[in-house]
Design a protein around this ligand. Sequence first.
Ligand code: URA
Length: 235
Amino acid sequence: MRLNKYIAQAGVCSRRKADELTLAGKVKINGAVMKTPGYDVQEGDVVVVDGKPVDAPEKAAYYALNKPAGYITTTSDEKDRPTVLSLLTDVTARVYPVGRLDGPTRGLLLLTNDGDLSYHIAHPSQKVWKTYIAVVAGHVTKDEVWALRNGVDIGDKKKTAPAQVTVLKEKGDQTTLEIRIHEGRNRQVRRMCKAVGHTVLDLQRTAVGDIALGRLREGTYRRLTPAEVEYLKNC
Ligand code: URA
């Protein structure tokens, strides 16, 4: 198997990134620097990337998880909070989350050991739309909806990219919004709502592209179908 594919399928990074690391002299095969991304990895070769040994790639595995609030998407935590990986009770593949959902956020999280697919979905240049349902405090005015749609200043160098925003419900002093974004900035939806004066009380991701959370119960997961994997590779 080509070196870049080997590294990507082992879940280290995308094929493109593997090429960069290889050309930069960060990859060793059996102790010697290997700068040829097209090198054909042989059985028994010891591959080391950035000083870390890479386990031989396993069969590609793809899952959708309905993440409950309180679980974190990094693979370990200094505060000892439970990680989403602890919910995958019968998954033996070394999968990891595609992108992030912050601790209090619930909903659809994809997991895979396929570095290329992960990069493809999570990278903002790919413009994969992610759909969120946000319950926010207070009444959201038409002007505020327009501001969210056009892009708001959330304290980064650039305004947020245009978003699709719909008011779904207003009840008492709370408003439920559907917000679709294709960027993946840190805590983006919460910061967008804050930028127009509203605190998010509950946040759930309901879809990544056309892959919907559907009726998957909170805390449970399922394998993606071959058609869903194919869709994600091409979306
Ligand atoms: N936006 C947020 O604020 N949090 C998430 O987890 C995802 C998007």
